[in-house]
Design a protein around this ligand. Structure first.
Ligand SMILES: C[S@@+](CC[C@H](N)C(=O)[O-])C[C@H]1O[C@@H](n2cnc3c(N)ncnc32)[C@H](O)[C@@H]1O
Length: 119
């Protein structure tokens, strides 16, 4: 196993192959939770960068209208999740799984939105 600590674009540049699968878990939209957060321009750049990759990517972000707008060209699966690090037991949060490939996504009844179309 190899562990890297680099800006995501350097990871993409170093490892992108047709056979690579990237999972991207960037800072949330407009939420400043980390030492290094993203502004809108960072998300725009990420979306542009992802257009050029040869491999597959799976990106998780909070469900925000601007996120849906920016990534509308990709496959988007909305999910409801419980954060394990959260103290609010039972509280569920709306997230989006954004990807550039067709995978069978099987959601549990808790993760599925009531009015969700088949993904
Ligand atoms: C949602 S958290 C990821 C949490 C991680 N997946 C985990 O489970 O612990 C987003 C992380 O992205 C980092 N980050 C910010 N800008 C980045 C960049 N340009 N490249 C890579 N990571 C970045 C933040 O510092 C933060 O730690």
């Amino acid at each position: 196993m190899q562990i890297e600590c680099l800006p995501y674009d350097q990871i993409l540049a170093r490892y992108d192959r047709a056979t690579t699968v990237f999972y991207l878990d960037p800072p949330y939209w407009e939420r400043r939770l980390y030492r290094h957060n993203f502004i809108e321009q960072d998300f725009i750049q990420m979306e542009l960068r992802l257009r050029a990759i040869k491999g597959k990517f799976l990106l998780s972000l909070d469900d925000h209208p601007e996120v849906r707008r920016l990534f509308h060209n990709w496959r988007i699966v909305p999910v409801d999740i419980a954060y394990t690090a959260q103290r609010q037991v039972g509280k569920r949060f709306k997230e989006l799984l954004i990807m550039n490939y067709q995978a069978k996504v099987t959601l549990t009844s808790k993760q599925r939105r009531p009015a969700q179309a088949s993904a």
